[in-house]
Design a protein around this ligand. Structure first.
Ligand code: GLC
Length: 712
C-alpha cells in the first residue's frame, strides 16, 4: 500500500468506529493474572488497541511470565471478532529472546553494525515465533553519566554510533519489508533526553538546551525515523520542567514536524500518571490524560488511563473528538503500514537456534575491548597453566545482563567452566595463591571481575562506580605472586579503576556478553578471536571527573586535558588531572598498526559547494606492522574550529573496520560533506558555516593524525 492508500484506508476504518472503539484503540492493558478466556472477554468488552506482555513496570529486573504464541493468537481472534481491528502486542525484546546477545552498550563496542543488524534479525526470528509483534527497542538515550544504570541499555556517549545502532536495530526487527508477516514493530525510546537524568539518578530532572537537543539527543532518533521506525516511546523525565510525555514541542512539533515521524507514540509505563502523582505537572490522572493526548502521546502504556478518563474529557470539551481521531489514525496507519491487518495472526516457523548461538558468540567476541596487554601476555598459549579467580569467575546468568526476559538459562556457562574444559584451568583461593604459586608455578592468573544482575538497568543508579575493594582485594593478593594478572572485566557500565589499573598486566573489557559471554572471553584470551572492540564511552580515571566525555566543547580557557591541551595554570583539578584513563574509541589488538598521514584531494571549498553536495575526500593508509592478523578501526573525527556556536573538539563522523594480515596495508577513503561539517541551530535548521576545520583520522578520539581544511 502507498502512504496515500494507507491514510485513506485508515480514514475509512475510523469513520466506521464507535466512540467506544476509538477510546479502546488508544488504550493498552497488560496481559497478566488472567486466563486466556478471561482476557478474551476483557478484549471483547474494552476493545484495546494493544496489550503489553509484561506483568510489571520493572520488566528488566523482575521475572516476567512467558509469552505463548497460541494464547496471543486466541487474544487476537477475540479482537478481530469484536471490532475487526488487530491488537499489537509488545514486549521488551532488548538484546535477545531465547538466545541472549550482549547488552546494547556491550554490542555497540563491536562497532560492527552489519553484525548487530544480523543479530537483531535473528532475535526477531525467535521473538515473532512466540507471538511478540512489537518490541520496545532500540533504546537511543545518549548518556555521559555512568552512574545511571540504564546506560547499559543504550549506545553510550556518541550520537553517530547511536545513529548506526538505530538503523541496525530498526532494520533488524522490521526487515526490509516492514509489512512482512514476520517483521516486528520497533520502538525508538525513550524520547527524549532520559540519559541526561541529573546525577545519574533514574527518573530525575533533565536540563537540556535546544542546541544540545538538536545536536546531541535527537540524531539517533532522527536516524530511527529515517529508517521507518514504527513507534516511539515517550520518556519519564522532564525536559527543563516539561515532562517528555506532556511535551507538545518535542512530541509533535519536533518529532512529527521536524523529523517527519509517521508512526504512533506510546508512553512509558506510568509516564502519564506520574505527571500528576509526582511531577506536579497535572492536577490528577484525568488532567494528565488531557495533557498527554494533547501533546502527542497516542497510546497510554499498560494502565488503561486513557480508557478511564477520555470519555469525561470529551464530554467536558477539554478534549475534542478530533484530537482523539488523530491518535486513533496514528495507530491505524501504523498497523496498516506494518501489515497487521493483512496478517493479524502469527504462525510458528522453525529457526536455527545453533546459528543464533554462534552469532551471539561472534558478536560478544567482537565486543570485547583489549585495554592493556603489557609484554604481550595475551594471547595465552593453549598449554599455559592458568589459574582462574575473581568474584565473577563462576558467574553464568550474570554475564547475560539486564532486560533479558526470555533467555534460556541453560545456555549460559561460567568463565571458569569454559577455561577448565578448554585448557584444564583451575581455581585457587586468593589467600592461598602466594604459596600455591611457589609450589605450582602457574603461568598467569585470569581474574574475572564484574557486576551481577540487578545493578544495571532500570532504577539501578550507583553513587560509587569504582570497582569494589572486595573484588580488588583478590587481585592485590594475586599480585604478590609476581605472576601476570589478566583482568577480565564483566562490567556493562563504564567503571572507574584509574588508581588500580597498575595491578593488571592485561585487561579485557568484556561487558555483559549474553548467552555465550564465557566462550567469547575464552576465544579472545587464547587468540582464537582477535580483540577488535573499541570503547563507545569514556573510561574516566577518577569518578570525581564526572562528567567526562570525548565530544566536549572547548572551555573559555585552555583547559582540555582530554586532548592534552591545557595550560598548567588552569589545570582541571588541583588534586587530579582531567584526562580519561582510556578515551572514547580506544581499543588494542594483538598486533600493532601504523597510520599514514591524512591526505585530502582538496583542502578548500566553499559553503555553496557543500550545499551542492560536494565532498572532501580523505585517505589514510593503515598497515599491520605486527606478527599477527588484527582488526584496525580507523575513526574520522571533525572539529569545526570557529562557528556561530561553539562546536565540540571532536565529533565522530565515520569509521571502518579493517582486518589486516601481518604486513598488509589498506588505504581507506572517507568522504566528508555537508552533513559532517554542519550542525543544527536551536530551531532545527541545519547549517554549514565557513571557517577552518580539523579532520582527524586515527585509532581513537585522541589521535593527532590530522589535516586542516577550510570553507570559504
Ligand atoms: C519500563 C521501561 C521501558 C520499557 C517499559 C515496558 O518502565 O522504562 O524501557 O520498555 O517499561 O516494560
Amino acid at each position: 500500500m502507498t502512504e496515500q492508500q494507507i491514510k485513506q484506508r485508515a480514514r475509512e476504518i475510523l469513520e466506521k468506529m464507535t466512540l467506544e472503539e476509538k477510546i479502546g484503540q488508544v488504550s493498552q492493558f497488560p496481559y497478566r493474572d488472567m486466563t486466556v478466556e478471561e482476557m478474551q472477554a476483557f478484549i471483547r468488552e474494552k476493545k484495546p488497541g494493544s496489550l503489553i506482555l509484561c506483568n510489571s513496570p520493572l520488566g528488566g529486573q523482575v521475572e516476567q511470565q512467558e509469552v505463548n504464541l497460541d494464547e496471543i493468537n486466541l487474544l487476537q481472534k477475540a479482537a478481530m471478532e469484536s471490532c475487526g481491528i488487530p491488537l499489537v502486542c509488545g514486549r521488551d525484546v532488548i538484546h535477545g529472546h531465547h538466545v541472549a546477545f550482549p547488552v546494547p552498550l556491550t554490542m555497540t563496542a563491536s562497532w560492527d553494525f552489519d553484525l548487530i543488524r544480523e543479530s537483531y534479525d535473528a532475535i526477531r526470528e525467535e521473538a515473532i515465533n512466540d507471538g511478540v509483534k512489537w518490541t520496545f527497542t532500540p533504546m537511543l538515550d545518549m548518556c555521559r553519566e555512568p552512574r545511571w544504570g540504564r546506560i547499559v541499555e543504550g549506545t553510550g556517549e556518541d550520537p553517530y554510533l547511536g545513529e548506526c545502532f538505530a538503523k541496525a536495530a530498526v532494520k533488524g526487527f522490521q526487515t526490509e519489508n516492514p509489512a512482512d508477516e514476520r517483521a516486528m514493530f520497533a520502538c525508538a525510546k525513550h524520547y527524549i533526553g532520559y540519559g541526561a537524568s541529573e546525577g545519574g539518578r533514574d527518573y530525575n530532572h533533565t536540563e537540556i538546551s535546544e542546541y544540545s537537543l538538536q545536536n546531541y539527543y535527537l540524531p539517533a532518533f532522527r536516524a530511527a525515523v529515517d529508517s521507518g521506525v514504527a513507534t516511539v516511546m515517550s520518556a519519564f523525565n522532564d525536559i527543563n520542567g516539561i515532562p517528555a510525555s506532556g511535551n507538545k514541542k518535542t512530541l509533535t512539533d519536533i518529532l512529527r514536524g521536524q523529523l517527519g515521524f509517521e508512526g504512533f507514540v506510546v508512553s512509558d509505563w506510568g509516564a502519564v500518571e506520574q505527571m500528576a502523582d509526582f511531577a506536579g505537572f497535572a492536577e490528577d490522572h484525568r488532567d494528565a490524560v488531557r495533557i498527554a493526548l494533547s501533546a502527542g502521546v497516542d497510546l497510554d502504556m499498560a494502565n488503561g488511563l486513557y480508557s478511564d478518563h477520555i470519555p469525561s474529557l470529551l464530554e467536558s470539551g477539554e478534549l475534542t473528538e478530533e484530537q482523539l481521531d488523530t491518535a486513533v489514525l496514528h495507530l491505524l496507519e501504523t498497523k496498516l503500514r506494518h501489515g497487521l491487518f493483512d496478517h493479524p495472526y502469527i504462525e510458528r516457523r522453525a529457526y536455527d537456534s545453533e546459528k543464533h548461538l554462534q552469532l551471539a558468540q561472534t558478536l560478544a567476541e567482537k565486543s570485547i575491548v583489549l585495554l592493556k596487554n603489557e609484554n604481550n601476555v595475551l594471547p595465552l598459549s593453549k598449554d599455559a597453566k592458568i589459574c582462574v579467580s575473581g568474584e565473577m569467575a563462576t558467574a553464568t546468568t550474570d554475564l547475560v545482563g539486564t532486560w533479558a526476559l526470555d533467555y534460556d538459562k541453560s545456555l549460559s556457562h561460567s568463565v571458569l567452566q569454559v577455561l577448565r574444559d578448554k585448557v584444564g584451568a583451575y581455581t585457587v583461593r586468593a589467600e592461598a595463591a602466594y604459596k600455591h604459586s611457589l609450589r605450582e608455578d602457574p603461568d598467569a592468573y585470569v581474574v574475572v571481575l564484574g557486576d551481577t544482575l540487578g545493578v544495571t538497568g532500570e532504577a539501578t543508579a550507583l553513587a560509587d562506580i569504582r570497582i569494589s575493594e572486595k573484588q580488588l582485594s583478590v587481585v592485590r593478593m594475586l599480585k604478590r605472586t609476581g605472576k601476570p594478572i589478566i583482568g577480565v572485566f564483566c562490567f556493562a557500565r563504564p567503571m572507574v579503576f584509574g588508581e588500580e589499573e597498575y595491578l593488571f598486566d592485561a585487561i579485557l573489557y568484556a561487558g555483559h556478553g549474553g548467552s555465550r559471554a564465557a566462550q567469547a572471553i575464552a576465544a579472545v584470551l587464547f587468540g582464537e578471536a582477535e580483540p577488535e572492540g573499541r570503547l563507545p564511552f569514556t573510561l574516566m580515571y577518577h569518578q570525581g571527573q564526572l562528567p567526562l566525555y570525548y565530544n566536549s566543547l572547548p572551555g573559555s580557557r585552555q583547559i582540555n586535558e582530554y586532548y592534552h591541551d591545557v595550560n598548567p595554570m588552569h589545570a582541571n583539578y588541583s588534586d587530579c588531572h582531567g584526562s580519561p584513563l582510556y578515551p572514547f574509541g580506544y581499543g588494542l589488538a594483538y598486533t600493532t598498526f601504523d597510520y599514514s598521514a591524512v591526505s585530502c584531494d582538496v583542502t578548500e571549498k566553499t559553503v555553496a559547494d557543500m550545499e551542492n553536495g560536494e565532498t572532501f575526500r580523505f585517505a589514510v593508509t593503515v598497515k599491520n606492522i605486527g606478527a599477527r592478523v588484527g582488526v584496525a578501526v580507523p575513526q574520522l573525527y571533525v572539529w569545526d574550529m570557529v562557528g556561530s556556536r561553539i562546536r565540540p573538539l571532536r565529533v565522530l563522523r565515520n569509521f571502518r573496520k579493517l582486518s589486516l594480515l601481518p604486513g598488509e596495508q589498506q588505504t581507506v577513503q572517507f568522504e566528508v560533506g555537508k552533513k559532517d561539517l554542519g550542525f543544527y541551530l536551536e530551531d532545527g535548521t541545519f547549517i554549514v558555516e565557513k571557517g577552518d576545520f580539523k579532520i582527524f583520522v586515527g585509532e581513537n578520539c585522541q589521535t593527532e593524525n590530522k589535516i586542516e581544511i577550510m570553507l570559504t
